[in-house]
Write a protein of this length. Sequence first.
Length: 466
Amino acid sequence: MKIKNICCIGAGYVGGPTMAVIAQKCPHIKVTVVDINEARIAAWNDKDLSKLPVFEPGLDDIVKGARDRNLFFSTDVDKAIDEAEMIFISVNTPTKTYGKGKGMAADLKYIELCARQIARVSKTDKIVVEKSTLPVRTASAIKSILDNTGNHVQFQILSNPEFLAEGTAVPDLLNPDRVLIGGDTTPEGTKAVNALVEVYENWVPKAQILTTNVWSSELSKLTANAFLAQRVSSINAMSELCEKTGADVDEVAKAIGMDSRIGSKFLKASVGFGGSCFQKDILNLVYIAKSYGLNKVADYWEQVIIMNDHQKQRFSDNIVNTLYNTVSGKKITFLGWAFKKDTNDTRESAAIKVADNLLSEQANISVFDPKVVGERVYADLDYLKTRTTEENRRLLNVCKDPYQACNESHAIAVLTEWDEFVDYDWENIYKSMKKPAFVFDGRGILNQKTLEKIGFVYYKIGSGID
Ligand code: UDX
Ligand code: UDX
Ligand code: ADP
């Protein structure tokens, strides 16, 4: 079966870039990305490519080349479903904030709504592809909704988890380590799997396209994220020990990373991992394990989250302790708000929790982030409901200029590893600050020797005896 028409429901951080790359690499396929959020679709269609709702290096060029040729963004969900032979579901699956599994399980209401809409609209057979990260066995739930439409349309459900990381979405999509496709082992299932394999074969070498059963595919996504997050929590656990013993966490990371069994990636100690996936997927994994009575398995993975929360708390505690046990009325500058560099996404960013802790100590915070807009910063804080909206705006101020953000400040905290922070004029920043001038480097990116020579008191996560 040759696919000519693809629809993707959900024009977010995953759906948008993924479909843009499919459209670029498969000019013979019409790709329509739909979303119920009209403002988001309007932004995807904006002539000014700097207005795209997702900032990813290189994405603007890809959208520019394919948009209105074979890549379309629309709010007409029914029409796109009706026309497509293959429908990707790429809607958000946040952690449940109510009811059973609150704070742990994934909220599948958006997925279910999509499935019901597909069931209602479809007049011809469809292949439905799960792109969102989902709890194991979600495919069977989708299938039971789709199979009970009574209109004799045949559906095949595939799991095709996305492994792209934000900030490197375009290179990750163009050059994936692997593409994973899970499907039924029946003849119809195999046919559907092959149809999706053919789409990817337009640019991904066949040896890198893995096919498995649906459940292996679903569970592999959760496992990959759990392992990656676990590495960050493991090195962060060592960072605290390094600070006590005089070891340097970057030296330790280098030494262990050269062991080919361990590998060098994902060993950068930080103020804590963030992003839309790690915490959500691990909580989900913990919930699933518990639901099968596997309490030891659940407890094992839950430690990864506990360690991450501790790392954020420890970072803000250290700022307060170092600033003579009080930050009340003091200006503290945040360089970075995004959960990592090269993205405007702030979901679960460590900066949010660190700011919340310091605001509770009555600090005044100035934030500068190269890509995150002020409204987003306030929305992230307001969402916590720790204090009123007015109070958040009174205590925290978002600056458009990093030097203004640092002016008259008692301390600078580096929360995101943006490259440009390294090249700032640190001499001038030092001159403009209150003395002693402190830098708390939560990402270990600045040059300790240079900063200390200028006069800063420099603290890096994972080094120095306190
Ligand atoms: C280990 C370290 O690998 C080595 O670098 C250090 O110097 C000493 O400790 P060793 O204990 O000799 O070496 O063997 P290793 O290959 O690491 O295996 C340790 C245990 O883990 C074995 O029981 C092995 O069966 C088990 N293992 C290893 C697994 O169960 N699964 C694996 O994937 C790898
Ligand atoms: C992650 C997975 O990498 C990706 O495969 C999956 O599809 C979605 O989740 P993402 O959350 O976009 O991607 O970014 P990632 O690069 O994994 O970083 C996650 C968090 O871990 C960030 O806050 C990052 O700063 C932090 N991190 C990562 C570290 O603190 N140290 C590291 O060494 C690596
Ligand atoms: P992700 O990081 O997984 O891509 P996002 O939140 O960035 O998550 O994107 C998910 C998108 O899915 C949002 O733009 C949201 O409006 C959209 N969405 C959610 N439910 C539906 C639905 N039933 N129909 C169409 N779009 C939906």
